[in-house]
Design a protein around this ligand. Structure first.
Ligand SMILES: [Zn+2]
Ligand SMILES: [Zn+2]
Length: 392
C-alpha cells in the first residue's frame, strides 16, 4: 500500500542531503549554534511553519493539526550541537570550522527533523493534534533539553509524549534499534580531593600519604561497587598527586565517571562512592572531600511509546527491520529530561553503510553517516507523530 509520508520523505531525499551537508560543513559547539539555528529558521520560513526562539539558539516550532482536535501534542526532538573534534572523515562536505565536527550525527538529527516538519506541515489538516518540533542546543554539554523544558516547551500546546532518534553507525541503514526500559545511562561524574599530611618520602610514618588513601579508595570501589553493565559502571579516569620523587604531597585528586541505568541505582551509587571515600580517608588519618556532578538522568523508554514507533516503522517499507536491544548504552543523552517529564521513546537509526566506507562509532573523528538514512529518519519521525496523535 502506498504510504504518503514515505513517498513525501523520498521525494525530498536530495533536499535532506543538502540540508545535512550544509549543517555538517559548519558545525557549532553547544549554545553557540547561531548559524545552524538561523539556517533552520530559514527552512521553517520557507515551509511556512511558525516558530519561536528559546534558550538562545533553541527553536520551538509548532504544526497545528486539524481544527477539530487540539487535545494533545507530540514533541519530536533534534539536537543541533557538534563536538570539539578535528574531522578526519574524508567526506567532501567535511567541517570548515577547524577543530569542530558533527561526530555525533546531530546534523543528521536536525536534517531528519526538518524533513519530518516539511512532511507533517503538508498533511497538517489530517493530523489529530499538534506536533511540537524541538531544535535543541547543547546536548553534549550541560543539557539544553532541561532548559527548553524550564522555558516552557512542553506547554502551549500541552505536550503529552516525546520522541527522538539517534544515529547508530554500527547498525546498517534501513534498520532501527529500540529497547524497552532503560536505554541510556546517567553520565554523572565525580571528584575526590584527598588531604593528608605531606613530608619527606624517607619518613612515611610521620606523614599521611593521600596517594595511599586514594589507592585504598580505588581498591574498595573495585571490590564493593562491582561494575554491572545492566545497572551501573564506575570508572576512575584521573588520579593526580605529588610532583617530586621523594616527597609525599599534602593532597591528591581522583576523578571518575559514574553511570547508572535507573534513578534508584543512581542514588545508591552516589551514596556508596561518597561513603567509601570519606570513611577510607578518615580511617587512614586523612580527609576526603567528595563532589558529585549530576549531569542527566538515565533515559527510560515507555513501552507504549516504543510500540508506537514500532507500529509507525511497520507502515514504512524503507524500514527493513527493527532490532530489539536487550542491553542499554552506558553513554548518556539529555533526552532523559523529556522522557522524565512525559512518556517518551528514544530509538536508534542505522546509518552504517559498509559498501561506502569502513564504519566508525559516534564521537570518532572518522565517523561517517549514510545520507540514504535521511529520508528514512524523516519518515519514521513523521509517521510516529501521526501514529501517536491517531491513537491518543
Ligand atoms: Zn554525542
Ligand atoms: Zn548525540
Amino acid at each position: 500500500m502506498e504510504n504518503k509520508i514515505e513517498n513525501a520523505a523520498f521525494e525530498i531525499a536530495g533536499e535532506l542531503a543538502q540540508i545535512r551537508h550544509t549543517i555538517h560543513k559548519n558545525p557549532e559547539l553547544g549554545n553557540r549554534e547561531f548559524e545552524t539555528s538561523a539556517y533552520i529558521k530559514r527552512k521553517l520560513d520557507e515551509y511556512g511553519i511558525p516558530y519561536k526562539s528559546m534558550c538562545g539558539t533553541g527553536i520551538k516550532a509548532v504544526i497545528h493539526g486539524g481544527a477539530s482536535s487540539e487535545k494533545s501534542a507530540v514533541l519530536l526532538r533534534a539536537d543541533m550541537d557538534a563536538l570539539p573534534i578535528k574531522e578526519e572523515s574524508g567526506v567532501d562536505f567535511a567541517s570548515e570550522n577547524s577543530g569542530c565536527m558533527h561526530a555525533c550525527g546531530h546534523d543528521m538529527h536536525t536534517a531528519c527533523l526538518i524533513g519530518a516538519a516539511k512532511i507533517l506541515n503538508n498533511i497538517r489538516d489530517t493530523l489529530n493534534g499538534s506536533v511540537v518540533l524541538a531544535f535543541q542546543p547543547d546536548e553534549e554539554g550541560n543539557g539544553g533539553a532541561q532548559r527548553m523544558i524550564e522555558e516552557g516547551i512542553l506547554n502551549n500546546p500541552a505536550v503529552t509524549a516525546a520522541f527522538a532518534l539517534h544515529v547508530e553507525p554500527l547498525e546498517e541503514t534501513g534498520f532501527l534499534q529500540i529497547k524497552n526500559g532503560s536505554v541510556m545511562a546517567s553520565p554523572d561524574d565525580f571528584a575526590i580531593t584527598i588531604t593528608g599530611v605531606g613530608g619527606h618520602g624517607a619518613y612515611p610514618g610521620k606523614c599521611v600519604n593521600p596517594i595511599e588513601i586514594g589507592a585504598e579508595i580505588l581498591r574498595r570501589y573495585k571490590t564493593e561497587i562491582k561494575n554491572d553493565p545492566q545497572k551501573h559502571i564506575v570508572t576512575i579516569c584521573s588520579f593526580n598527586g605529588g610532583t617530586c620523587r621523594n616527597s609525599i604531597p599534602d593532597t591528591a585528586v581522583m576523578t571518575g565517571t559514574a553511570r547508572s541505568l535507573d534513578n534508584i541505582t543512581r542514588r545508591r551509587i552516589k551514596r556508596a562512592l561518597s561513603e567509601i571515600a570519606e570513611e577510607t580517608a578518615l580511617s587512614m588519618g586523612g580527609y576526603a572531600k567528595f563532589d558529585f556532578n549530576e549531569l542527566f538522568p538515565p533515559v527510560v523508554n515507555n513501552e507504549s511509546m516504543n510500540k508506537i514507533v514500532e507500529r509507525a516503522a511497520e507502515k514504512l517499507s524503507c524500514v527493513r527491520g527493527i532490532t530489539v536491544l536487550n542491553k542499554a548504552s552506558m553513554a548518556g543523552d539529555d533526552f532523559a529530561y523529556f522522557s522524565n517529564a512525559v512518556p517518551g521513546a528514544y530509538f536508534k537509526l542505522g546509518v552504517g553503510n559498509k559498501e561506502i566506507d569502513a564504519v566508525y562509532p559516534i564521537h570518532s573523528p572518522k565517523f561517517r553517516a549514510d545520507d540514504a538514512a535521511l529520508p528514512i529518519g524523516a519518515a519514521v519521525l513523521a509517521q510516529t507523530a501521526a501514529e501517536y496523535l491517531k491513537n491518543d
